[in-house]
Design a protein around this ligand. Structure first.
Ligand SMILES: [Fe+2]
Length: 311
């Protein structure tokens, strides 16, 4: 919809559809990361997309999601019919673990993202995918962020794991601050960010857990994907291995297709112990030479860490 500025509507509404929301793109271009969620601008199509995504996930969540996720979903009282208001989500979430969803305009550079987690804030996309593209979206949207991630943030052990992971980033910044040679500094930082991004990917985004009921998903990339949550747990084409830190931090991944390799944890305490171990590995230099390859590290990710070393 033509929108002359936030709040000025001039025509039929495209609402807050991913890629079609000029005030968000404008905020992003101006370097404004944190924004508000103008909930009244969600169109009927946006709410319909949410409803369709939510409705079709329910039977898959019941079958493949871990128990804590299902409890979190109930605790948040998310509406199956309407795109949620972040303030409503936070009203339920915050008293449980101190976490809050915070609206952002787009890509959050790695250090900023991890540091938000350390402070129990979750950078949250507020746009929603178009109704014509329900199955595949390369970037996050509010369904992925709120329905996929946030129910897990109601669990104390999981929330503490995210905070511990955020502390790894702080530790990394402190270590790199002590390196004088600028080339070594950048090489070291790139390697550590790559290792941390892989850890995050194979746990928080695509993690599987062994439970008394069999394998269950706790990773949000799986919990927000109608097709992949079933594929991840049932397909013979997926390799599933007990998680090992040395594998995870050196294992490339690609984001544009279903994951062929997933790692399994034995519980949320195990997951926390891994984040703890990761911090120890950062501190002792074991992420200083991670295997090259995906993910590629963006300039913004690197500079966000280097900026943090100055503060
Ligand atoms: Fe995510």
């Amino acid at each position: 919809m033509p929108r002359t500025s936030e709040g000025t509507l001039t025509g039929s509404a495209p609402g807050l559809t991913t890629g079609l929301t000029p005030f968000i793109e404008q905020a992003r271009n101006q370097g404004q990361l944190y924004i508000r969620q103008p909930w009244q601008f969600y169109s009927d199509d946006n709410h319909r997309a949410w409803r369709t995504l939510y409705e079709r996930m329910v039977p898959r969540w019941e079958k493949y999601a871990n128990e804590r996720f299902l409890e979190g979903l109930a605790a948040l009282s998310l509406s199956p019919d309407r795109v949620p208001k972040l303030e409503d989500v936070n009203r339920f979430l915050s008293p449980l673990t101190g976490f809050r969803a915070r609206a952002v305009s787009g890509y959050v550079p790695a250090y900023v993202f991890f540091d938000c987690l350390r402070n129990r804030q979750f950078p949250t996309t507020i746009t929603i995918r178009s109704g014509g593209k329900l199955d595949y979206l390369p970037e996050p949207d509010i369904f992925h962020d709120i329905a996929g991630h946030v129910p897990m943030h109601t669990d104390q052990a999981f929330a503490d794991t995210l905070v511990r992971f955020g502390q790894c980033a702080r530790t990394a910044a402190e270590i790199v601050a002590g390196i004088r040679n600028p080339e070594v500094r950048v090489q070291r930082m790139t390697s550590i960010i790559r290792g941390m991004a892989r850890f995050f990917w194979f746990t928080v985004e695509f993690g599987l857990m062994r439970t008394g009921l069999g394998l269950r998903a706790y990773g949000s990339g799986l919990l927000s994907s109608f097709g992949e949550i079933e594929y991840a747990i049932t397909s013979p084409d997926v390799q599933r291995y007990p998680i090992r830190m040395e594998w995870v931090i050196n294992q490339c991944f690609e984001i544009d297709h279903y994951q062929p390799l997933l790692f399994v944890v034995s519980g949320f305490d195990h997951l926390y112990s891994l984040a703890d171990e990761l911090e120890h590995w950062v501190r002792t230099g074991r992420l200083d030479n991670t295997a090259p390859g995906e993910p590629g590290i963006r300039e913004a990710d690197l500079s966000s860490f280097l900026q943090a070393t100055l503060s």
